[in-house]
Design a protein around this ligand. Structure first.
Ligand code: BUP
Length: 453
């Protein structure tokens, strides 16, 4: 085999939304003949993350994994109860101590360290000063969100990027004392001191944000922002040891072409019980076929309830011919790739948006928290989907959207051919971006060349 062209160390953060693009990038780098050292913060928060790590390592034997055993951290000292934000804090506090111990003895030495935006303010200074390594950030959300993050002002004055609408800014950022607000602000402020930012997006999806970022219109002194997405899913195991085809994929096999609505609000936000009942009513009234992945807890390990009793009376019986509801982890990427799927009712976590884009699936955007409303704006601007009518912060949780509203929104998204046509165009652009000579592929090749010197 030819000598690896570059040696890159990767430090991901917590939650599937952050881990997934890191492992996809790691796999991509390996395929481009790079040597990858993966730093794995332990213990992880969710079962999904621990499975994802072990699956990845068993199928990428050349990746060198180093465990970063987190130092003791008292969560009561931080102003948040969100398990993922607390984990960001824990990794951030441990990294300055542990990174030199793990990375300095390496031979050959890495030529760059890539870390998650949620860890940037703690990792970038150590990378430069102690490890003598250029530090790059993988921004795991949209370039539009990056433009907001990079321009996020002092915590007493929320205004943000020139083209981010105030109403799309997550309410948590209005609380300057919240742990997440502090992390977001510190990490944003560090961006200018890093060597480059990689974003899981592509030029044709976010032309305006990417141009503004790279023209210095968002923040002067920001390093090069490279769109390298959409990052491709990890290859699934094939052959004898491969797991049997999942129930939901078999179910999709039996459905007509482009007939199914896929419903999922991601790995880390649960709908309220009242909202689950109304969404069920909406799906039932719409008459469409549907596949619904449901979550009732923020961390999967706590999700022990069965499905019975979650919905209104007789729901499961009434829809059994045309609907499937699952609670387990599913292979979302394979679902979106399936020809039977037409539309995606999505919280607009950025990975979900890029996966829908890659497969030309239209999106009914129903954001819940964080960057999701800004990402929904990207979906709308690209024409590949619509925001749920009447949407406001808190929808799905304390503010319940009625079944009739869901029904109407489903009809609109499924019956509007122009949205379908836009989604198909976005798909073509996504395929082009990552193909030979495509913009995203060339951007990453340029970085690898730099890291090889
Ligand atoms: Br749920 C679920 N299977 O059952 P996002 C999610 N996923 O493969 P999130 C599955 O997890 P943040 C499931 O395809 C995507 O790659 C999904 O990331 C996959 O949202 C990832 O879409 C979820 O970014 O994270 O998890 O809410 O809040 O960080 O955006």
């Amino acid at each position: 085999a030819p000598q690896p062209s570059a040696h890159v160390a990767l430090l991901p953060s917590a939650g599937m939304g952050h881990l997934t693009p890191f492992l996809r990038l790691a796999s991509y780098l390996v395929s481009l003949n790079c040597h990858v050292t993966l730093l794995r913060p332990l213990p992880v928060v969710s079962s999904a993350e621990s499975l994802q790590f072990s699956d990845f390592l068993s199928s990428h034997s050349t990746v060198h994994c180093l465990d970063l055993h987190l130092l003791p951290f008292d969560p009561s000292s931080a102003n948040s109860t969100d398990p993922f934000f607390l984990q960001f804090e824990s990794i951030s506090r441990s990294a300055p101590v542990l990174l030199p111990q793990l990375l300095l003895p390496l031979d050959p030495k890495p030529s760059a360290l890539i870390t998650d935006i949620s860890l940037a303010s703690s990792v970038a200074p150590v990378s430069r000063a102690r490890l003598n390594l250029p530090c790059f950030v993988l921004f795991t959300a949209s370039a539009s969100m990056l433009s907001f993050c990079a321009s996020f002002p002092k915590t007493d004055n929320i205004s943000g990027s020139p083209f981010i609408d105030r109403s799309t800014i997550p309410p948590v950022l209005r609380d300057p004392n919240n742990l997440f607000t502090q992390q977001f602000s510190n990490n944003g402020a560090t961006l200018a001191a890093t060597d480059g930012v990689l974003v899981n997006t592509f030029d044709a999806l976010e032309p305006r944000a990417l141009a503004a970022l790279n023209r210095g219109e968002v923040l002067e002194g920001l390093p090069r922002v490279s769109a390298i997405g959409p990052l491709m899913p990890l290859e699934k195991k094939r052959g004898r040891s491969a797991p049997a085809r999942a129930r939901e994929l078999e179910w999709l096999d039996g459905q007509p072409e482009r007939s199914v609505v896929y419903v999922s609000f991601g790995s880390r936000t649960a709908l309220s019980e009242a909202q689950i009942k109304e969404l069920a009513r909406g799906l039932e009234r719409s008459g469409f076929r549907f596949l619904w992945v449901i979550k009732t807890k923020v961390v999967d390990k706590e999700d022990k309830e069965g499905l019975e009793g979650l919905f209104g009376d007789g729901f499961m019986e009434k829809v059994k011919e045309r609907g499937l509801v699952v609670k387990d982890w599913v292979e979302q990427e394979e679902i979106l790739a399936h020809g039977a799927v037409a539309a995606f009712v999505s919280h607009c976590g950025w990975n979900s948006v890029t996966e829908a884009a890659m497969h030309g699936v239209r999106v009914l955007a129903w954001p819940r928290i964080g960057d999701q409303r800004i990402n929904a704006g990207v979906v709308e601007a690209a024409g590949m989907g619509r925001l749920l009518k009447g949407w406001e912060w808190g929808c799905g949780g304390e503010k319940v959207v009625a079944g009739e509203v869901v029904e109407e929104a489903l009809r609109e998204i499924m019956e509007d051919a122009s949205v379908g046509a836009c989604a198909a165009c976005v798909r073509e652009e996504a395929v082009r971006a990552v193909g030979v000579g495509g913009s995203s592929r060339e951007s990453l090749a340029g970085l690898i060349e730099k890291w090889s010197k």
